[in-house]
Ligand binder design. Structure first.
Ligand code: GLY
Ligand code: MN
Ligand code: MN
Length: 438
């Protein structure tokens, strides 16, 4: 018999925290849709982050209805037990197991949703639900909302107003609790140790796929359930492709290797990028570009503290990296004019970072009512400046062509600055040169 591995109090507390904001309403959260199956082959399933955040529930075809203050308060709709399917696909808790093990007040079979949900929702005055994430759930929710309206008769009630559950829950997920920080730190540490192992393994002649295998081996050996996202292992000019994911080339002497990889641990993910020479020794040109990006990265990390807004970090990245492009002769002209014309995007086309947590690009607003929001203690995000100079960019100095560099760390905002949760992965040239290939 399977048992959940996380204390259910964690999830009950999270629901309680949301309760005050939705008083009088109900929160409805559907599971992630099942992955498309390729013939008979199944792909690993990962629960929708919001549903996991509120319940710890990992099965597909499930819906939560949470009605703070009403009885029953936490109601789950889940797949029935099915001995035949279970011999193929594995254990299901069923409604009984869900009630018994997951601390919910009531659980029903999912096939009763259309019948039962209207009776639960007719007692509330609004619904928090996120459309367009699970088309099947959207479909039955439409019918349910229509049934609720029909049940009210001509009493003046229209369709229940629908508010966006993602925005609501995103704000809760943005500031991490102590429990969440413990999981996220572990995800970051596993990721950092995997990068270290990849550095040690790297030498001319290894393949990108082998390096990806070293990363995955470390992830699983250290307790991670999966990659937080598809690992990017990009050698040579491929490092200038932001989302390179073929990982099928041989790492060559003289080339740089860019690895963007993070492990997921208990639904929290690390997101680290390191770039270093395949042969363990930076050339002068590689070192010059690398040191430039590293200096920018460290300056921005040092600037992080409560009260600043994320946009300041973006702007700082743009400004400092444009200085670097001018210094390296990639661009010429007046810095302000170049930035005005977005000229820097040619070599630095992405942003400086993003919230980090259960999703690699985690939930939470960057702006509130049109204004950039100040960052607060225990928000977590990446800082990941980069410079990408394609080999066929004839306007760039020849010596820099084919160099792509990104350096990405994961920060937690503290009361006065930041904690770098990925500091176990070396990034100084002297440290990198000591570990690569050893
Ligand atoms: N690995 C995805 C990102 O860095 O945003
Ligand atoms: Mn990132
Ligand atoms: Mn990344």
């Amino acid at each position: 018999m399977r048992k959940p591995t996380i204390d259910m109090k964690i999830f009950a507390e999270r629901r309680k925290k949301v309760a005050a904001e939705i008083a009088g309403g109900a929160l409805v959260v559907a599971s992630h849709p099942e992955h498309i199956r390729n013939h008979d082959v199944h792909y690993p399933y990962r629960q929708d982050s919001n549903l996991f955040y509120l319940t710890g529930w990992e099965e597909p075809e499930s819906i939560l209805i949470y009605r703070p203050g009403l009885n029953p308060e936490t109601v789950m709709f889940v797949r029935r037990r099915d001995p035949e399917r279970e011999t193929w696909d594995g254990f299901r808790y069923g409604p009984e197991g869900c009630e018994r093990e997951f601390g919910v007040d009531k659980a029903y079979p999912i096939d009763e949703f259309k019948k039962v949900a209207p009776t639960l929702l007719k007692e509330v005055d609004k619904v928090y639900y996120r459309m367009y994430k699970n088309p099947e759930a959207d479909h039955i929710m439409q019918d349910v909302l229509e049934s609720v309206k029909a049940m009210q008769g001509r009493t003046g009630y229209g369709l229940l107003p629908i508010h966006d559950a993602d925005t609501l829950l995103g704000e809760h997920r943005l500031v991490k609790s102590e429990y969440e920080l413990t999981q996220l730190r572990e995800a970051c540490e596993i990721s950092a140790q995997a990068h270290l192992a990849a550095m040690r393994f790297t030498r001319p002649g290894v393949t990108e796929r082998q390096v990806q295998g070293v990363l995955a081996h470390q992830f699983y050996m250290r307790g991670s359930a999966r990659e937080g996202y598809h690992s990017i292992v990009a050698s040579g000019n491929s490092a200038t492709t932001l989302h390179y994911n073929f990982n099928d080339q041989v790492c060559k002497d003289g080339d740089l290797l860019l690895i963007d990889a993070g492990a997921e641990f208990n639904y929290y993910t690390g997101d680290i990028t390191r770039t270093y020479p395949v042969n363990g020794k930076f050339t002068d040109e590689q070192a010059r570009v690398y040191e430039g990006v590293l200096k920018v990265q460290k300056q921005i990390c040092d600037f992080v503290k409560p009260g600043i807004v994320f946009k300041e970090l973006h702007d700082m990245g743009t400004s400092l990296l444009t200085d670097l492009m001018l210094e390296l002769g990639l661009l010429s002209g007046r810095k302000d004019d170049l930035i005005q014309a977005l000229a820097q995007k040619k070599y630095y086309p992405h942003g400086i970072g993003h919230w980090l947590g259960m999703d690699v690009h985690d939930a939470g607003l960057y702006f509130k009512k049109g204004e950039p929001r100040p960052i607060e203690a225990n928000m977590c995000f990446t800082i990941e400046p980069g410079l990408y100079i394609p080999y066929d960019d004839t306007s760039a100095p020849q010596k820099y062509r084919g160099i792509g560099i990104r350096i990405e760390d994961n920060l937690r905002v503290t009361s006065s600055g930041s904690e770098n949760m990925t500091s176990s992965a070396p990034k100084e040239i002297s440290d990198l040169e000591k570990v690569i290939g050893h």
